[in-house]
Design a protein around this ligand. Sequence first.
Ligand code: BG6
Length: 475
Amino acid sequence: MTEQNPNETTYCDLPEDFFFGAALSGPQTEGMWQAHGKLENMWDFWSNQDIRAFHNRVGSYAGNDMGARYAEDYELLASLGLSSARTSIQWTRLIDANGKLNREGADFYHEMFTAARKAGIEVFVNLYHFDMPAYLFRRGGWENREVIEAYAHYARIAFAEFGQEIVHWFTFNEPIVEPEQRYAHGNWFPFVHDFGRARNVQYNISLAHSLAVLAFRELQAAGAVREDAKIGLINCFTPPYTRENPTEADLEAVRMADGIDNRWWLDLVTKGTLPADVIETLAERGVVLATRPGDEAILAQGKVDWLGFNYYQPTRVQAPARDTDEQGDPCFFDPYVWPDAVMNKSRGWEIYPKGIYDFAMTMTRDYPELDWFVSENGIGIEEDHAKRTEDGRIDDLAYRVPFVRDHLRWVARAIEEGARCRGYHYWGVIDCWSWNNAYKNRYGFVEVSLQENYDRRLKASAEWLREVTHTHHIA
Ligand code: BG6
């Protein structure tokens, strides 16, 4: 992808049938971490083991109290003009230690989905949001083939239990994140730095995704899943860029960054294969995937009905300064620091709205049959609370509105030019717990007060959002 100046775009209108919604996840909202017979997941385990790893020592138990407030929260989302919300079932709440359905956990979700429907919100259900059950992690997590089978088993139970209720399903949220955060960069427990192990985890998650899609198709054919139901995958795709006037080596760095982060999943969900050029280059550099006979047939099942595109930031890379790192792992790219980058300093992520358009157009060109939606986009700000005005409301108009407006305008332009984008979900419409960052960076149009028992209060930007969802005009 060639770099262009991030010009503003003037497209302001979204199609009438374009939907707006909220992106959420079970572990970040529900709280109630030990209710309904819920088992320990990796976040609970890590919080118990070392609470200092979490901002202000707020661990996984927190959520944002939505488990107790879902009825009013879904009404609140509907009052903002949203029509759908994606959340996740927690594997550890739905399945018991013997691998059987946990009735209490299942009933919690039935009640929550019913409340959402009553409020006029369609729930999209995702099955996995970085929340591996701790007992399965102890058996090797995604490095163990038995865990892949356990995931497929869980997926089958979830489809069967909610198959008449839910139309939009997703196998994974951001399957690239655990390989990177847990196994390549060592930021998350178990803090591994091993490029080869990370790629094998990525490979095994691809198999798990494909087995879940297979289970979905089988149950749908048998009538256990409704006929109009759809299955998809959600990933944080990162449009890749390099320096101006790139060398061959810079372009090669782009090919591999794009191949591992983006094309890997796009090929899997549209063709049922992994990108041959990437697998070949990995093998040439000694990164061997632990494949087994029959895997190709499993991956071939991975084709989906549509896709979720989470967009926060682009990837900027350049040729690596060295071939291998200190432990002998191959280097395929180094970060490239674009001198013109505008940063969200709270999160350390670049703000580049045009990236959403560039990637949309790449999908339109290379995967023209694929329907998709923006499944996450948002801005997390640490100083949100410092913007409180006299009436007690947070005035976030100066940063949250331009962020969303600029991204939506580029989406509008992409649609105008043929992109098959069907809707937009904002991440964390109601402030929520964010992994290690806990409550450091606030994303919401709605504030959650930790001092006042998780009470909700609209921020100034909420009015703007309501206007956009009602008019489909991005002012
Ligand atoms: C996405 C995840 O990566 O970004 C969410 O799907 C996450 O779970 C969101 O919360 C924002 O990132 P963070 O790290 O600021 O919470």
